[in-house]
Write a protein that binds this ligand. Structure first.
Ligand SMILES: [Zn+2]
Length: 109
């Protein structure tokens, strides 16, 4: 099993949209393509998730039942399996830290 960047597909756990890769002052990051959705996280998180999915599939021979929680500063990500084919695993990903920030902004309006 060789690692492929196409193996892991991410979709927004808030709204179901796809992510686009943007370049920010702190490097590349994933942003939900839905303009009213603020779900985003660093490209490094993608690599972490890719590693976790590969490790899981090596042990379980399937991504079925996979889920991950990753907490770092300004990052509290929950990922869960949406779809699995032999070529690709689709995870829905939500950055709860961003979501909480977004909600607090809305709460003040
Ligand atoms: Zn979204």
């Amino acid at each position: 099993m060789t690692k492929s960047w196409n193996y892991l597909h991410l979709q927004c756990g808030n709204c179901g949209s796809s992510f686009t890769i943007e370049n920010g002052p702190w490097g590349p990051y994933y942003a939900c393509e839905n303009p009213v959705c603020f779900n985003r996280f660093t490209a490094a998180l993608y690599e972490t998730l890719l590693d976790k999915v590969y490790d899981y599939v090596l042990i379980h021979k399937s991504a079925k039942g996979f889920s991950a929680r990753i907490s770092r500063s300004r990052l509290k990500v929950v990922a869960k399996l949406e779809k699995e084919t032999p070529e690709q695993v689709t995870l829905s990903v939500v950055n709860l830290a961003q979501k909480a920030h977004h909600n607090s902004i809305l709460g003040r309006m």
